[in-house]
Design a protein. Sequence first.
Length: 165
Amino acid sequence: MINKQNLWFITLFSLILVLSIYYLTMSDDALAALAQDVNNKEDVATVEVSSSNVLVALRVQEEENVLAEMEKLQTVLLDDSATLEEKNDAYNSLQALNTNKGKEDEIEAKIKETHKLDSFVKIDGDQISIVIASNDHSPEIANKIIRTVQSMYDVRMYITVKFQN
């Protein structure tokens, strides 16, 4: 009896076999023309940076920084020669990183929900940096965003809003 795994194997093997036979039966002239066609094509790539690309780039950069910090803290946690106090500090720092990430995501969702704007949020202690993807750079919108974010905290936070087109 043939099961799904065997059926997929037979199908893929058949496809590879057919393509191999086709490649072997091609004339040398056709292969040379195909290789020349590939070499003649210019690799022209234009990169258009849009507002969402800027936000994605900021998110990727921040994610790399957080991952590097987490790796460093995890090595301290797993190090046998580290003291109990160092391990405790590393654990607390890991928890703070996770809490900050959750709060950043919550703020981004709140801005998206209330103001219908794409944003990137970075929290560093009591400072919150917000990058908004919008062509409209109005102080009124920035003020509304600052008030919305501040309403999520009991203590005074230092909030900056930057617009990117």
